[in-house]
Design a protein. Structure first.
Ligand SMILES: [Zn+2]
Ligand SMILES: [Zn+2]
Length: 337
């Protein structure tokens, strides 16, 4: 049995679980369970998992699509708490490390003084000559302000654990690298990461294959390029972004620059773009379609549903597809295949 559960979806946090249990009657002898993104606090992830009957302790790994905050907010705490590996592309891992490592800026005078002291301490050992100046800080710092300590979102850590964790916010029990276009396996799950057009270091979507079933996760993409269209063929379940209604976005509260970013080819998929895919390209193979990453400011669930339903109704053969709307505030009932 393959089970897909959306714990949360939207700009305040994304996370879902793919699990596969092999065995005659579904009680099975082996099971694999992975968390895709950890965009909520560890505490909230665990709460939602228990709410849908998933045991956090049974997770085998966390997969990361990209390093945006709404996908990694509870990542380090959750991975450390469970002692499980985190799967990234190398570029996403590097970007994440930069993001969570506090940035300390010093003036040239401070740096020169540090260098002088270092040299003194080194004594007779030669110290290489310094560059004429330290790297200038970028004009527009892409690194957000350090987040409040996410540990506080989880169960209170033991006294011994605090200094360990505080030492390196990027510390993880284990890191595994994958590359878009190269499949890999975790237990009984086969995973095919594919590149998506989005403004992150190396963003990916995933196709999971188990028990002869294909499940696709494709959110956070500015448009639907041919490689993504190809990945979404012959899928039994598709979680697809339906981020915004174009009119709501245009008339909405976001600053112009943010509107431009969302609308760009590395932004997010609109209701119109998602339904155009369903109407023109989608092969109709999925039993379940999940509309996801709906914007709270620039979309309404009814608008996303209506656009997708219109697209499906235009092709009567697709009426058997079951449409679900993922929500930010509560998990979706687990979908069993
Ligand atoms: Zn993103
Ligand atoms: Zn996102």
């Amino acid at each position: 049995m393959v089970r897909f559960t959306v714990l949360a979806s939207g700009s305040k946090g994304n996370s879902c679980i793919v699990s596969c249990t092999t065995g005659a009657d579904g009680t099975g002898s082996s099971s694999t369970r992975v968390l895709v993104d950890a965009g909520l606090s560890c505490r909230e992830l665990f709460r939602r998992m228990r709410q849908v009957g998933e045991d956090p302790g049974s997770l085998d790994a966390i997969l990361v699509t990209h390093e945006h905050q709404d996908h990694i907010n509870g990542l380090a705490v959750t991975a450390r708490k469970l002692g499980i590996p985190v799967y990234f592309t190398e570029a996403t891992h590097r970007a994440w490390v930069r993001q969570v490592t506090p940035q300390k800026r010093i003036t040239y005078a401070e740096w020169a003084e540090q260098y002088r002291v270092q040299k003194q301490q080194a004594g007779s050992h030669p110290v290489p000559e310094p560059d004429p100046a330290p790297d200038p800080a970028p004009e527009h710092d892409p690194v957000p302000d350090p987040m409040p300590n996410p540990e506080s979102n989880c169960e209170p850590p033991s006294k011994q654990a605090i200094p360990q964790i505080a030492a390196d916010p990027a510390q993880l029990p284990s890191v595994q690298y994958f590359r878009a276009g190269e499949s890999f396996s975790i237990g009984d799950l086969n995973i095919s990461p594919f590149t998506i057009p989005h403004d992150a270091a190396d963003p990916v979507g995933f196709v999971f294959t188990a028990e002869g079933l294909r499940l696709a996760v494709a959110t956070d993409l500015g448009y639907m390029p041919p490689n993504v269209q190809a990945q979404l063929r012959r899928c039994d379940l598709i979680m697809l972004e339906s981020n915004h209604d174009l009119e709501m976005l245009r008339d909405g509260p976001y600053p112009w620059s943010v509107k431009q970013r969302v609308l760009s080819r590395v932004g997010h998929l609109s209701n119109a773009a998602a339904s155009a895919f369903l109407e023109e390209i989608y092969d109709g193979a999925a039993t379940h379609l999940i509309l996801a990453h709906l914007s709270e400011s620039n979309n309404l669930p009814e608008l996303a549903r209506l656009a997708a339903e219109r697209a499906l109704i235009s092709k009567p053969s697709l009426l058997a597809n079951r449409l679900h709307l993922a929500s930010q505030d509560e998990p979706l009932a687990p979908i069993c295949l």
